[in-house]
Design a protein around this ligand. Structure first.
Ligand code: ATP
Ligand code: MG
Length: 420
């Protein structure tokens, strides 16, 4: 029996990646003549699990100048993306692979590590955060494990390398990473040493950059065990300081169940909305706290507005309310608002009426007002401001009348809108 589907006798079962393709080319170029280069970090973990791999990260004994020289000679693109940290990005077949020269920590202040170059892969493993993230793979297919990462991967345990509190003090982001990797690779139980250390060191979260917090949270939100993990974080009092407001992890769990029932892929921003957005102002606060883009904050604001409309009506919303939602909030906003409304409603995740409402919002063309400024002008209105005001009034009447399209009905509505 092999508990790790990607491995056989401690070696990568499927060696094709090491024989042909981008990774094989990178390793070939950076190995030999006294240098050793390995695949490290998340890619080895995911390969061991037999899962698809996103990014390849390499660790190498070669100094950055040597990496660049060899990469150019092999015909790769080269971008000196993080030379200060010894990182060079190779562009092979149009996609990046990061190669980082081995280092040793000489000093840390909780946020940034000062580094010196080294040549020891064990040191490199020990500097990493969790045992499952500290594996490395050589060109011969052997997976090197200095910290018991493979056993933890089999047991689905996310454990800090070394003493959890000390490791957290070197970089407080590791608190969030602990939860993120537990939610993705764990079996549902948080490693108690890690969890206790995270709670004990929680004040360190305040010194982290908002961008880093945001990036980790967004990944955590869509992890398979996000609901349980966020509940644990929330109960431990760690969420409130991050988002600076009320959080409702039970609501996020209900949204996750609804997504699962409707086979909708989880969306990190909507999950953030489920966790923290009740009213429009919440989106502003989150924009600030988590450095959301304007588009992201606007999406959450639109959800809050749509949700407010839905909460004023029936459960589940009728066709009129759905049409209105679609018109006013557009398709994405309408679907987002419906999902959160469903989560708030107490209806079961697979409620057929909500499924039908979702199908309606997905398939119905967005209504557009069949009357334009030109129609208003044709009725003798010339003043720009008055044209705009009339259209606005007309739109409200049109929504209230249930989006009619017949010319007579529209003419009647226009008459009414034109009344002073
Ligand atoms: P993902 O698939 O989510 O990208 P990953 O394991 O590749 O997972 P990254 O955040 O891309 O995660 O980091 C790559 C590797 O670098 C990790 O596997 C880990 O070994 C190391 N690492 C990253 N951030 C830290 C950190 N803050 N402290 C210690 N090691 C880290
Ligand atoms: Mg990665």
């Amino acid at each position: 029996m092999n508990a790790l589907p990607g491995l056989r006798d401690g070696r990568l079962a499927d060696r094709r990646l090491l024989e042909t393709g981008r990774l094989a080319r990178a390793l070939a170029a950076l190995n030999g003549e006294g240098e050793e280069t390995r695949l490290v970090g998340g890619a080895v973990r995911d390969l061991a699990l037999g899962e698809a791999v996103g990014d390849f990260d390499l660790a190498t004994t070669a100094r950055p100048e040597v990496v660049m020289k060899r990469a150019r000679a092999a015909g790769f693109g080269v971008a000196p993306t993080g030379l200060a940290h010894g990182t060079v990005t190779l562009i092979i077949e149009g996609k990046p692979i990061e190669a980082t020269t081995l280092r040793r920590d000489v000093d840390t202040d909780g946020r940034h590590a000062k580094v010196a170059f080294g040549r020891d892969f064990r040191d490199d493993a020990l500097r990493r955060d969790f045992t499952i993230n500290a594996l490395s793979l050589t060109l011969d297919g052997i997976v090197h494990d200095y910290v018991g990462g493979l056993a933890d991967l089999v047991d689905r345990r996310v454990r800090f390398i070394g003493e959890a509190r000390l490791r957290i003090r070197e970089d407080y982001l590791r608190i969030l990473r602990f939860f993120r990797f537990s939610a993705r690779y764990g079996d549902g139980r948080l490693d108690s040493a890690g969890f206790e250390a995270a709670i004990a060191e929680r004040e360190g979260l305040a010194i982290l950059s908002r961008e880093r917090v945001r990036a980790e949270l967004m990944k955590l939100f869509v992890a398979p065990r996000a609901p349980q993990t966020l509940a644990a974080i929330g109960e431990a009092g760690l969420l409130q300081p991050l988002v600076a407001g009320q959080t409702d992890w039970a609501r996020l769990a209900r949204l996750a169940a609804i997504e699962a029932a409707s086979e909708t892929a989880p969306d990190p921003l909507l999950r953030l909305g489920a966790l923290c957005v009740r009213i429009e102002e919440d989106s502003e606060r989150l924009r600030e706290r988590l450095r959301l883009s304007n588009a992201e904050a606007e999406r959450l604001a639109v959800v809050a507005r749509g949700l407010a409309d839905l909460h004023d009506g029936e459960t589940p919303p009728g066709l009129g309310a759905l049409r209105r939602l679609l018109f006013e909030r557009h398709r994405q906003g309408a679907l987002d608002a419906l999902a959160l409304f469903h989560a708030d409603s107490g209806a079961p995740p697979n409620d057929w009426r909500f499924a039908r409402a979702r199908a309606f919002l997905s398939a119905t063309p967005e209504p557009t007002l069949p009357i334009t400024g030109a129609d208003v002008v044709a009725r003798g209105v010339t003043h720009g401001q008055r044209i705009g005001a009339t259209l606005k009034k007309l739109q409200a009447l049109w929504i209230r009348a249930g989006f009619p399209r017949e010319p007579e009905a529209l003419a009647r509505l226009l008459d009414e809108a034109l009344k002073p």
